[in-house]
Design a protein around this ligand. Sequence first.
Ligand code: 48H
Length: 254
Amino acid sequence: MIEEIKITRSIIKNAVDELLDNLDVDVIVGGGGPAGLVAATYLAKKGKSVVLFERKLSLGGGMWGGGMMFPKIVVQHEAKEILDDFKINYTQEEGYYVASSIEAVGKLVAGCADAGCKMFNCISVEDVMIREGRVNGVVINWTSVETAGLHVDPVTAKSKVVIEATGHPLEICKIVEKKTGRLNTKTGKIIGERSMWAEKAESEVVENTKEIYPGLYVCGMAANAAYGAPRMGPVFGGMLLSGRRAAQKIDENI
Ligand code: 48H
């Protein structure tokens, strides 16, 4: 027998319990694109408690659309190991690995879930918490509240570190820049994304994966935007490598 009220109770109880159980964790990831998903997965595999908040209904960020909506991504040799870790299939072409962008997103999300990271969609990070000069959590609200322009106060989640993985708009860094005025960049401010130069962008995105403010690590496209490095188009190795680099650095420090 199928009973609607039992279904409703199970959904609400389990979702609320999961959120309640994950309000004080090791790592909070803001943004569920490829960089955030990879960082979350490797940290969860290391035994850290990890929560990821994604603004949209679906995780995967800018990966779904491949290049100009042709659903393929290109990954360079340096990141092949990460494709293999997530069991993403590929073919070899022109010295690169070519994968389905749709399969890649599906397997990144599956890998992240299997590693034990708790993922919440439709929730936006709208601010951070700072204690004694260190980010120690985020301020969250339903994305629908933001979209509808409702005046509804947010709630909070606490962590040892936060990962900024919101991509091009680098929303979390913008908040911290605005409220503290001092990021760990040459100017203390966000320097801004530069025009397309894939080779430079792909190496710099890994170098730019750092603690940009105490307790706040930046990875993926947000890292290049913060430190004034170029964009790279639909080559995704740098996003995967940056996510893994963030996980390595955080694992060494917490
Ligand atoms: C919660 C948020 C918030 C918020 C945004 O854009 P992404 O895919 O980011 P990366 O860095 O993993 O990958 C970048 C890549 O997709 C890309 O754009 C490339 C390679 N561009 C090159 C080029 O030349 O254009 O994912 C970020 C995710 C998205 O899903 C957003 O919805 C989400 O973060 N997000 N989630 N709270 N405030 N802001």
